[in-house]
Design a protein around this ligand. Sequence first.
Ligand SMILES: Nc1ncnc2c1ncn2[C@@H]1O[C@H](COP(=O)(O)OP(=O)(O)OP(=O)(O)O)[C@@H](O)[C@H]1O
Ligand SMILES: [Mg+2]
Length: 248
Amino acid sequence: MSTLSIINQKGGVAKTTTAINVAHVWAKLGKRVLLVDLDPQASATKSIFGDQEFEHTSYDLVLNKVPAKNAIQKSEDFGFDVVPGDILLSGVDIQLSAQFGREKFLKKALGTVKSKYDDIVIDCSPTLGLLTVNALMASKDILIPICPEYFSLKGIELILGTLKNIKTGLGHTIGVKGIVITRYRNRKVIKSVIDEVEERYGLKVFKDFIPDNIVVEEAHHNHLPVSRYAPRSKAAKSYESLAKELNT
Ligand SMILES: Nc1ncnc2c1ncn2[C@@H]1O[C@H](COP(=O)(O)OP(=O)(O)OP(=O)(O)O)[C@@H](O)[C@H]1O
Ligand SMILES: [Mg+2]
């Protein structure tokens, strides 16, 4: 079993889109996948289930209120299980601030269900606060989506700095699977981004860029993965090859 967090403190770079579409392709390949929505905006949950409300969510897991199995929902359309997100997650940093071991509550909760899955994918919120630290402590690796138009080296440095702090402060080493270029429109912008990332940090940039395409937005509104909503689109094909490459 392996756990992958999709992180970037920059908002709107397609973390959620990447999390649910990679998880879907893995499920299609026959893997047993759990997606954890760890964002107070609950975008992944809304994309998958629409306006459904859930009694238990990832908030209960982070606060260790209920066993993880009680918060798991099945999605037939996506083919994987989901721990829904919750607006209450926005108060977690304060609620956990005085608790011993607060960085490992999610890891502890997921420990009780991990044997049921081949992969757990965590969709993080656009912050590097305690919630994301909980995701990182539960993860073996991270994947960083980057939108070339808003790219900043400082952003990458912040993420790498957080991984370093977790290693020195909490003794947990996290691998960086690489960077996925999302929502791209302009090849010239991409080339300069790739060169900078590879040269400065030696990070892998996946060769499957995800193009900016309206079908991605439409797939969210139709509560379907891109490869079911628009199977022949370039976006669907790119997510399929990215998921396969991540798998190897
Ligand atoms: N390849 C794409 N083509 C077109 N639109 C896209 C693409 N990828 C994502 N989007 C759209 O961009 C918006 C942001 O995407 P998404 O919610 O996945 O980003 P995020 O990084 O998870 O955002 P947040 O930081 O708020 O959690 C959404 O409206 C989504 O539909
Ligand atoms: Mg998101």
